[in-house]
Design a protein around this ligand. Structure first.
Ligand code: FE
Length: 137
């Protein structure tokens, strides 16, 4: 069975910054070109900023030109949930962390090969864990 994390919104407020809370828990969107990861090119893994689950590898990151960190796939499909989002007079697919249910961004079908998908994420929804320079052992 999959491990999930369930907290009240008051509990999330204690662990998240105000801006993170607005995006992760209230489905906000950061302004384009303002986040810390849209132009971030280090090798490593992007984690859910709310619960720490590993979501995306830098190997699947690409420059979409949108001003948001963009990936053509998650580390595995179980890491994210996808849900229809009809808000703001648009038909979009919302992407949520499968472990804690926090909002990450949206996925679109205009991404590059090999998947054709574009996971358009908020930097505020992500943390980054840099790849170690030399493998252990
Ligand atoms: Fe999470």
């Amino acid at each position: 069975m999959k491990e999930t994390i369930s907290k009240t919104e008051d509990q999330w407020k204690e662990t998240l910054s105000r801006d993170q809370f607005i995006v992760l828990r209230q489905k906000g969107t950061e302004a384009a070109f303002t986040g810390k990861y849209y132009d971030h090119k280090e090798k490593g893994v992007y984690l859910c900023a709310a619960c720490g689950q590993e979501l995306f590898s830098s190997d699947s990151k690409f420059d979409s030109g949108t001003g948001w960190p963009s990936f053509f796939k998650p580390i595995s499909s179980e890491k994210v949930e996808q849900k229809p989002d009809l808000s703001h007079f648009m038909v979009r697919t919302e992407v949520l962390c499968s472990r804690c249910g926090s909002h990450l961004g949206h996925v679109f079908d205009d991404g590059p090969a090999p998947t054709g998908e574009r996971f358009c994420m908020n930097s505020l929804s992500l943390d980054f864990k840099k790849e170690e320079d030399s493998p252990e052992g």
